[in-house]
Design a protein around this ligand. Structure first.
Ligand SMILES: Nc1ncnc2c1ncn2[C@@H]1O[C@H](COP(=O)(O)OP(=O)(O)OP(=O)(O)O)[C@@H](O)[C@H]1O
Ligand SMILES: O=P(O)(O)OC[C@H]1O[C@](O)(CO)[C@@H](O)[C@@H]1O
Length: 566
């Protein structure tokens, strides 16, 4: 695993380790860890970092990232920057804890990381606070990280997260209330706790109590904010059997016309697989929570390749045809496969890919990105949107999830019958397009206030709707369609049942079978007119949850996002 240069204020520096791999081609990114130490301070002044990239506030002190107290005298912050950042300029600053007094920026020139190496002499961080001079020792460390490490770190972060310590965004809730009964059987009342929720995943037992992920999406700005969407709802669980685990061999990455997209060589070989041993886990490796709302990335690496060996069984054809980006994706898949449940695993592959491509596209796009979900109902769009939001926030990108279903429920009530969703029902169509436009307006407004990634979650199931969204985004932001497709009837049936149990749409429907019939009619109306994405920039996730393999397709027009990977 490659290691960058590390320096501290005493001038100690550690050169790159032998055997370093150049991970740029594998989507290697720069993990930056900053620390400040001062034994005398009492904590009225909170150290922050700001700098030249959006991740650290683009020199806007109000967007500076807060450092967290690691010990009585040490403050810490870590984040990951793209490898294409030739130079990252930054400075430390101090913000008064409980007042609006101006912040104090450190003296001296900007600190500069170029290609992962700290430029210039290391120095103390010196602040002039009125007549007072404050001095901190500064520790700056940069490491190149592979998708392996990122996937493993993400997994470790999620597994060790303590919900009670989450600030800023509601992230996960681990407490589940065991309950009896399945399917249409017993139900428990679930007070919707906006601070804690779980992204619904197929349950492997009848014991998980999950809140509906869409409820945690961005609240509409229009006047229905305090409406029915914030109410609690009833929840029933189902018993669903676990699918068999997938293997990396089953994962297929399809990139149309790769010659036009990538010129990179073959599979990325990784000698070090980032993971953690059970022992390390017990150390209490925890995410640290910073002001951007989620834990800042903590690297989890295997001490050596011998600790964990994994046989990457890709057939010759796949190996030879796999471009560098796909290699990175596969690498992430390997790391993730070892660590998580099936759906998370598959999704992580896409996430790593997103993470990589976003990093590489952000700076050139400047204005941020809209990810527009596309897919029939119960294809995992909300699940994917919620996971993507969390992952991108963890990486440091200001990300928000806009769920159109939530807007629809607030404006038109939760208990619309299937007829509402008929394509030949003009009032229904108009109402749906109207709430979609409201959500899009909110997303655009949020983006203009400095947001970086907006995730727009609706079926967006026909070209006309997608054209409307593209028109609204024109000149403002690039849209990437993310289509989730599922051909496995068994999964669809399971998802439908979960939907009747979990969705606020059916909270008032006491008759499970009636709810089921209504939702199936809704689905049939959608299926009749569904138009898969063929336009614009898109990624298709096909059968990712089947357990029998999956496909990721990336459209040609998306290629520019991957350009730096080539
Ligand atoms: N890629 C996938 N394919 C199929 N099902 C998935 C996928 N990812 C997650 N799921 C499962 O699908 C179920 C429904 O998910 P979700 O509510 O996200 O669907 P949706 O597409 O947003 O539905 P709707 O359009 O009705 O709101 C969840 O239980 C989730 O575990
Ligand atoms: O208007 P569209 O694009 O169908 O999408 C919004 C709808 O998608 C759904 O998630 C489909 O079930 C509804 O909750 C929501 O009203």
């Amino acid at each position: 695993m490659g290691t960058g240069m590390s320096k501290d204020a005493d001038g100690g520096s550690h050169g790159r380790e032998e055997g370093e791999e150049n991970l740029d081609h594998a989507g290697g990114q720069l993990y930056v860890s900053l620390k400040m130490e001062n034994f005398k301070l009492k904590g009225e002044l909170i150290p922050h970092v700001y700098g030249s990239v959006p991740l650290v506030g683009s020199w806007d002190s109000s967007k500076a990232l807060s450092m967290e107290r690691e010990s009585a005298s040490m403050w810490e912050l870590s984040f990951v920057v793209p490898p294409n950042h030739e130079t990252l300029d930054f400075k430390f600053l101090l913000k008064p804890k409980d007042s609006n007094a101006p912040c104090v920026v450190e003296e001296g020139p900007n600190r500069q990381l170029t290609g992962g190496t700290l430029q210039g002499e290391s120095r103390l961080a010196v602040f002039k606070n009125g007549d007072e001079i404050l001095e901190y020792r500064a520790f700056i460390k940069a490491d190149r990280v592979s998708p392996f490490d990122l996937a493993a770190s993400w997994r470790a972060y999620q597994e060790n997260l303590q919900p009670s310590t989450v600030r800023g965004i509601p992230d996960v809730s681990i407490n589940s209330t065991p309950m009896a009964g399945a399917e249409s059987g017993s139900s428990v009342s679930l007070e919707l706790d906006l601070e804690h929720y779980v992204v619904p995943a197929p349950s492997t037992s009848a014991n998980s109590a999950l809140a509906y992920a869409a409820n945690n999406a961005e609240n509409p700005r229009f006047s229905y904010v305090d409406g029915p969407g914030n109410a609690s709802f009833s929840y029933k669980d189902s018993g669903v059997s676990a699918d068999r685990p997938a293997t990396i061999k089953e994962m297929e990455v399809v990139i149309p016309d790769p010659s036009k997209i990538y010129s990179g060589s073959g599979m990325v070989e990784s000698k070090s697989v980032g993971t953690f041993s059970p022992l390390q886990k017990q150390d209490g490796h925890r995410g640290l929570f910073v002001d951007r709302g989620v834990g800042s990335p903590r690297l989890v690496k295997s001490p050596s390749s011998s600790t964990f060996s994994f046989d990457l069984k890709l057939d010759t054809h796949t190996k030879n045809s796999m471009p560098a980006a796909a290699g990175a994706v596969a690498a992430a898949a390997v790391a993730d496969q070892m660590l998580g449940p099936k759906e998370d695993r598959h999704l992580a592959i896409v996430l790593i890919r997103f993470g990589t491509s976003f990093y590489k596209s952000f700076e050139s796009l400047d204005s941020g990105i809209y990810i527009v979900l596309v897919g029939l109902p119960v294809r995992g769009k909300t699940f994917t949107a919620a996971k993507l939001t969390r992952y991108l926030r963890w990486l440091g990108h200001d990300t928000k999830h806009f769920n159109v279903g939530k807007y629809r429920r607030l404006k038109h009530g939760a208990n619309q019958s299937a007829d509402f969703f008929r394509a030949d029902n003009p009032e229904g169509m108009e109402a749906r397009n109207e709430v979609a436009a409201l959500a899009m307006d909110d997303m655009i407004a949020w983006m203009q206030e400095g947001g970086q990634v907006g995730i727009f979650d609706a079926t967006n199931s026909n070209r006309k709707r997608r054209n409307m969204l593209m028109k609204m985004a024109e000149g403002k932001c690039k849209i990437i369609f993310l289509e989730t497709l599922c051909n496995d009837e068994r999964i669809i049936e399971r998802n439908i049942r979960l939907k009747i149990q979990q969705s606020p749409d059916y909270a008032e429907q006491p008759d499970f079978e009636a709810g089921l019939q209504d939702f199936k009619s809704r689905l049939a109306y959608y299926e009749k007119v569904y138009e898969p994405v063929e336009e614009g920039s898109y990624i298709k996730m096909i059968d990712m949850a089947s357990g029998h393999g999956g496909q990721i397709q990336v459209s040609k027009t998306f290629s520019f996002l991957f350009f730096p990977l080539i």
